[in-house]
Ligand binder design. Structure first.
Ligand code: NAD
Length: 511
């Protein structure tokens, strides 16, 4: 594993790393050390010191102070700094992508893809820094002008999940920065090193641009540090990505203090396959959606709703495709399926398989734990497919593993009802060549998800669109389109340039 050591060195990751930083300097947090083990081979990669409450408070105070300077920088100048961060990410793409793959367990291609997404969002944010447009309206009063403008919020707290350990931070922070906010990031405790590596990559840009301490902060730690952010009135917006129970807890804590939250939570994503679907396109999309990242994407395909007339054919084709899957070290490009994040996730996969059997499900492709030296980390599982019923408790729940549920339908309304009949509402797709089926699926009476696709799968998204989902997925939107508005406060302004004081709605008030 010499290569990994070279990469760690390039990214400034040592045995024990400073887990608390205000951007230009980091320090050893007073909390316990957090060790990071690779799910690829079980090796300990390094450790990070966690933030104690005093560290956390010092970070938030520094960030609050930095906000006063950062917000006064013109937005295009902030955009220029973000552009330079994109340049640094380009220079470090190979190294950071490899560390993402090694610490999280996704394929190298996906690790590199995640860094590419960070680069893309830097470009997007740079352009956006010149387009934070407000509106003007016509006033009902003479010699009055009305308009609305957008101001930065202040300190934005970012809580991120393990499965996109770096991209989610960049979706939030790059946009939040150009909007004039400062950011405090609480990365996943399962992937602490990739976060520190990000900070090292952008640190020179912060220094060279003379950006004050506190614009880009990290507070390493677990759930308790996330809770501090959620409860802290100094954090104007908490953007939290993770499981539904986490979102419920964060959402409630932030709502209690009437703060702003942006929630990006779990999915339970379905693909509908209609009789006219082109299976040459549909089958690879289904397989990639279900087994890519070992089923650990919020947009992973979990449910497949297939028309009865083609059910057997789809089932057989999937069986054949699953038979060809190679499970193993994700840094080896010949492997399709890497490990789950840790042994706890393997246990949850096994428990889910057991619950499927108990509910009466039948496995089309059996679950299992592969054996052999290359699986010694104990984090690898075999992707499986089960015939199930949609209303079963286990099917209604997101299991973060490569388990695909198979169901049949006989008419289009039934397919849409099945697709919508889960508590989550993130991503959805239909494979069809029938214009009516496609349009019905995309209409108000169709998919109730934040993402609805035709002839592409549920998994993955481009940064240009607003990303997020409905219902228990949390309702937040990040990344492209006008998602930037969540990071700003709207102000309506009315200016009287006349010499009288006409009131709105024709109200007369004379003294
Ligand atoms: P998780 O909920 O266990 O942890 C996510 C983050 O929240 C971590 O940083 C964790 O420390 C923190 N956290 C946990 N409980 C908290 C609490 N009560 N208060 C404050 N912070 C808390 O999730 P995970 O296992 O890391 O990630 C997998 C989940 O994330 C899946 O459900 C997946 O669907 C979801 N996810 C959603 C999106 C999206 O954009 N919708 C993207 C990626 C992942």
């Amino acid at each position: 594993m010499k290569e990994i050591n070279v990469i760690l060195e390039k990214l400034g990751i040592t045995g024990i790393n400073h887990g608390v930083t205000t951007g230009r300097s980091g320090w050893q947090g007073g909390g316990a050390l957090l060790e990071s083990f690779s799910p690829v081979d079980g090796r300990k990669i390094g450790a990070v010191s966690q933030a104690a409450r005093t560290d956390y408070d010092r970070v938030v105070e520094t960030a609050s102070l930095a906000f006063k300077t950062w917000r006064s920088l013109p937005a295009p100048k902030r955009g220029e700094i973000v552009r330079q961060m994109g340049v640094k990410l380009r220079e470090n793409k190979e190294a950071l992508g490899t560390l993402v793959s090694y610490e999280m367990g996704k394929s190298l291609q996906e690790g590199l893809g995640e860094v590419q997404e960070m680069i893309d969002i830097c470009d997007f944010a740079t352009g956006l820094s010149r387009q934070l447009y407000g509106l003007t309206m016509h006033s009902e009063r003479p010699q009055h002008r009305m308009y609305e403008q957008w101001h930065p919020l202040g300190v934005v707290g970012i809580i991120s999940a393990f499965n996109f350990p770096v991209a989610v931070w960049s979706w939030n922070s790059m946009i939040a920065w150009i909007c004039g906010n400062v950011c405090v990031w609480k990365p996943s405790e399962k992937t602490p090193l990739t976060a520190i590596a990000c900070q090292h990559i952008i640190q020179d840009v912060l220094k060279e641009s003379d950006v004050p301490e506190g614009v880009s902060c990290i507070v390493s730690g677990g759930r308790d540090v996330g809770e501090w952010l959620a409860q802290d009135r100094r954090i104007e917006l908490v953007s939290a990505t993770g499981s539904i129970p986490m979102g419920r807890s964060v959402g409630e804590a932030v709502a209690r203090r009437l703060g702003k939250s942006l929630l990006e939570l779990g999915g339970n994503n379905a693909i509908i396959v209609t009789p006219t679907a082109d299976l040459k396109v549909a089958i690879p999309a289904i397989v990639f959606g279900a087994v890519g990242t070992a089923g650990q994407r919020c947009t992973s395909t979990r449910r497949l709703i297939v028309h009865a007339s083609i059910f057997e054919e789809v089932k057989n084709r999937l069986k054949k495709a699953y038979g060809q899957l190679k499970i193993g070290n994700p840094l080896d490009p010949t492997h399709h399926v890497g490990p789950l994040i840790d042994r706890q996730a393997v246990l949850q996969y096994q428990q889910a398989a057991e619950q499927i059997r108990q509910a009466g499900g039948t496995f089309v492709v059996e679950p299992g734990i592969p054996e052999g030296d290359q699986y010694a980390s104990g984090c690898y599982v075999s992707p499986c497919i089960a015939e199930v019923e949609n209303h079963w408790a286990i099917v209604q729940h997101e299991t973060f593993a490569p388990i695909l549920y198979l169901m049949r339908y006989s008419d289009a309304d039934e397919a849409i009802a099945l697709q919508n009949d889960v508590p989550q509402g993130l991503s959805s797709a239909i494979f069809t060549n029938d214009l009516r089926d496609a349009e019905r699926f995309l209409s108000f009476a169709g998919s109730d998800c934040g993402i609805a696709n035709v002839n592409i799968g549920t998994s993955g998204a481009e940064i240009g669109g607003a990303f997020g989902g409905e219902k228990e997925t949390g309702g937040g939107r990040e990344s492209g389109s006008d998602a930037w508005k969540a990071y700003m406060r709207r102000q309506t302004n009315t200016i009287n340039y006349g010499t009288a004081l006409p009131l709105a709605q024709g109200i007369k008030f004379e003294i």
